[in-house]
Ligand binder design. Structure first.
Ligand SMILES: Nc1ncnc2c1ncn2[C@@H]1O[C@H](COP(=O)(O)OP(=O)(O)OP(=O)(O)O)[C@@H](O)[C@H]1O
Ligand SMILES: [Mg+2]
Length: 314
């Protein structure tokens, strides 16, 4: 294991990611991300962008592929609501000889060695944890570990990006942190040609017929602004092919439809009605969706005319 000594404290470094994937199609977002990490003058600093978009559209893959393009080591830190400030930097571990050993997080390892850090799903992390990184993402490029008692200034090659998912289990990131995570790069859905290429890159063993079926399905969903992604497509294809292997005589289209139903729910087989429902209620609707409670729902029955949060008719 690699170790470094900073201010007489020995730190064990994290391992970089192996097997980084390429980014296929959607060239503009890759170009934007690489531009953020460029330095145009000796007084210039890199930007730390936030990468947003529907679940499964490729946010994490984009950051990984961009780091790979720069030939830098990649360190991913998965953020959760339990991530504490020190988890972001240094974790003390009891070593065999009963002494305390300090382990540098993937983020701190990137800071020290000049790698690329990806803070994945950053808005699942609380304000308190974010606060400890404020100095790292501005002109100071410095971070302090209270536990190890060290202050580290980032290597000149250190770069970072934060991916963000918008769902109910995320936190609002405070403005002073948001202002350091700029610009926002939004990954959208790919067009037909790119989607075909992305799927066949990820599933090189899949024949044209099933790929086309999947692209047709996803493109129709994108046109209707339904949140079905490449990841859903990859899962549906995988399941279809596995079933086909087991039962080669079964109609492939039937197997694909079944896969969609089992992965995305039966409402995904009728995209038009699903889109109409979504439009009327203003939110994505699935049979598995648990109805949300708004303030009005605590005081009035769901369908009461006086309930200001009464669901709108489809
Ligand atoms: N442009 C692309 N090139 C190559 N692979 C892609 C591309 N877009 C999506 N993928 C593939 O789609 C899958 C989902 O991508 P990824 O995990 O990066 O999505 P995400 O937006 O980070 O999802 P989540 O919101 O759940 O974190 C991966 O298997 C990835 O390889
Ligand atoms: Mg991701």
């Amino acid at each position: 294991m690699n170790k470094v000594t900073i201010d007489n404290v020995v730190l064990t470094l994290s391992h970089p990611l192996k097997n980084a994937k390429e980014w296929i199609g959607l060239h503009e977002v890759l170009r934007q991300l690489l531009a953020c990490w460029l330095i145009v003058d000796k007084n210039d600093l890199p930007l730390t962008p936030r990468i947003t978009g529907y679940p499964g559209v490729g946010k994490t893959t984009l950051a990984i592929a961009a780091a790979k393009k720069r030939n830098q080591d990649i360190y991913i830190l998965q953020c959760t609501s339990d991530t504490r400030p020190e988890d972001l930097l240094v974790t003390p571990v009891l070593s065999e000889k009963g002494q305390i050993a300090y382990h540098a997080s993937p983020l701190l390892t990137a800071v020290i060695t000049g790698g690329v850090a990806i803070l994945d799903e950053g808005n699942r992390m609380s304000e308190k944890s974010w606060a400890s990184l404020a100095g790292l993402f501005d002109y100071r490029r410095t971070v302090e570990s209270v536990i190890a008692g060290i202050t580290v200034t980032a290597h000149a090659e250190f770069r970072a990006a934060v991916t963000m998912n918008e769902d109910d289990s995320t936190f609002e990131i405070p403005d002073y942190i948001m202002s350091r995570l700029q610009p926002g790069i939004e990954v959208g859905f790919p067009n037909r040609e790119d989607e075909m290429q992305i799927l066949s890159y990820n599933l090189p063993f899949c024949g044209e017929e099933v790929l086309m079926m999947c692209v047709d399905f996803l493109q129709r969903a994108h046109d209707l602004d339904l949140p079905y992604s490449i990841r859903d497509g990859i899962n549906a294809i995988r399941y279809t092919l596995k079933q086909k292997k087991d039962r080669p005589d079964t109609d492939t289209e039937h197997l694909f439809e079944n896969a969609i139903k089992q992965i995305l729910g039966k409402e995904a087989l009728d995209l038009d009605s699903l889109a109409a429902k979504q439009k009327a209620t203003g939110k994505y609707y699935s049979d598995d969706t648990i109805p949300g409670m708004n303030l009005g729902d605590f005081f009035f029955p769901d369908d009461d005319q006086l309930n200001p949060d009464k669901p709108k008719e489809p």
